[in-house]
Design a binder for this molecule. Structure first.
Ligand code: S3P
Length: 461
């Protein structure tokens, strides 16, 4: 049997309960072609949630059909929203109206998805019934106090394990009171949880964010007819104020391609010599483009073509050509605009000339895995000189390909898995990851898409 797994997703290749190791090696030829990445994960979750809370039918085109988003759909269905995929690939959501969800009769299992868990807890906090929420081993390790603490102020009650981790039980407030909440961490998930709780709360709920984070929730609230005011906050940052208990009206949504997924073929095209790739329909919301800014500072040849507005979000086709990269100093203030992109940026830095410093990465420790540790450990195994100083990551490159030749533990983290597979395409020796299954959470067609561009992946232990 040939060991080349393309064109099928590794997750579909192996029995569900067995790890799917995958090896990535230098391809025989440069990467070339046009690829369209799947829909934006953040926007897809929100489209389903707002559709479920609206009155009428919301039609979503371009929804990401990854495991994380399907977990959100399943949870909303369990609470009474009708959600189905139409034969043309669009999704239809028949909403129940703000405050109209019903008590689920079983535990809500949100798999690997932090966004599902935190945003749904916001919705549940002001629905007066009790729900039980859990997730996979990775999600059960992640901190939930950052949402349970503000949501308790609305009057919700939580029964939690040590450290406010899943599984937990939540009883939503019957008579919620609005709050003003200043984010202690720059997190769009926390901001969104508070705003979603504010939806079924009379009066004005405000969130103050000292550093701007992705604003898809605010945009979508407006799109569905809620009254949302975004103002600059004296002293920096911004204040988002939502008037509670609006009638949300179903509205069509077009989901742009996910810049966080585009990052992987994009960096692959930069570091495999001679490559030229176009990635079509990539979302360029300014709160998401820190990676592209950083790579351009490093000398990357990335051109935005055909810039347009689609579904209320800026999008473009990105043409990328391989070339020499130099080091950069990435400021901490940029982190919220590229928080999911540090694994892939670190690998680009390992192929660049000089020392790249990525500052202010504390939040990376509480992602699907401890990404700060995972990046540092994986790169060191691949022969790259890397150090962690406090919350900063320092990666040294000599401008040539790293050695590679290592086994990487993916620890239920899709982005660690994809990043190291990309490194294997440029490294001198192949890179092996212990399990490719987590990739299906955000980018189910990663392997066939990369293979069509010319990547060389094969199954193997
Ligand atoms: C997300 C926000 C980010 C990001 C996550 C998706 C969102 O998390 O890492 O993948 O959709 O709001 P934080 O808000 O915790 O930084």
């Amino acid at each position: 049997m040939p060991d080349d797994v393309s064109p099928h997703s590794p997750a579909r290749q192996s029995p569900a309960n067995m790890p799917a190791p995958l090896i990535s090696a230098r391809p025989n030829a440069p990467l070339a072609g046009i690829a369209a990445v799947p829909g934006d994960k953040s926007i897809s979750h929100r489209a389903l949630m707002f559709g479920a809370l609206a009155v009428g039918r919301t039609v979503i085109t371009g929804l990401l059909e990854g495991e994380d988003v399907l977990a959100t759909a399943a949870a909303l269905r369990a609470m009474g929203a009708a959600i189905e995929r139409a034969p043309d690939g669009s999704w239809r959501v028949d909403g129940v109206g703000v405050g109209g969800l019903a008590e689920p009769d079983n535990v809500l299992d949100l798999g690997n998805s932090g966004t599902s868990a935190r945003l749904l807890l916001g919705i549940l906090a002001t629905h007066p019934f009790t729900s039980f929420v859990t997730g996979d081993e990775s999600l059960r390790r992640r901190p939930m106090r950052r949402v349970t603490e503000p949501l308790s102020r609305f009057g919700a009650q939580f029964l939690c394990r040590e450290g406010a981790r899943l599984p937990l039980a939540v009883t939503g407030a019957a008579n919620p009171v609005p709050i003003v909440y200043r984010l202690p961490v720059p997190s769009a998930q926390v901001k969104s949880a508070v705003l979603l709780a504010g939806l079924n709360t009379p009066g004005a709920t405000s969130v103050v964010e000292p550093e701007p984070t992705r604003d898809h929730t605010e945009r979508m609230l407006g799109h569905f007819g809620a009254s949302v005011v975004v103002e600059p906050e004296p002293g920096g940052g911004r204040r988002i104020t939502l008037t509670g208990q609006p009638e949300l009206v179903a509205a069509p949504i077009t989901v742009p391609g996910d810049p966080s997924s585009a990052a992987f073929p994009l960096v692959a095209a930069l570091i495999v010599p001679g490559s030229e790739v176009t990635i079509a329909n990539v979302g360029l919301n300014p709160s998401r483009t820190g990676l592209f800014t950083s790579l351009r500072e490093m000398g990357a040849d990335i051109t935005y073509q055909n810039e347009r507005i689609a579904g209320g979000e800026p999008v473009a086709d990105l043409r990328v050509r391989a070339g020499a990269l130099t080091s950069a100093d990435i400021p901490p203030g940029r982190a919220p605009t590229m928080i999911d992109e540090y694994p892939i940026l670190a690998l680009a830095a390992a192929c660049a000339h000089g020392r790249t410093v990525m500052r202010g990465l504390a939040e990376l420790r509480v992602k699907e895995s401890d990404r700060l540790a995972g990046i540092a450990e994986g790169l060191a195994r691949c022969g790259v000189h890397v150090t962690v100083e406090g919350d900063d990551l320092l990666v040294e490159g000599d401008g040539g390909p790293p050695r590679g030749g290592a086994l990487i533990a993916t620890r239920l983290d899709h982005r660690i898995a994809m990043a190291f597979l990309v490194l294997g395409l440029a490294a001198r020796d192949p890179v092996r990851i212990d399990d490719a299954r987590p990739i299906a959470t955000s980018f189910p067609d990663f392997v066939p898409l990369m293979t069509r561009l010319g990547a060389a992946f094969r199954a193997g232990t």
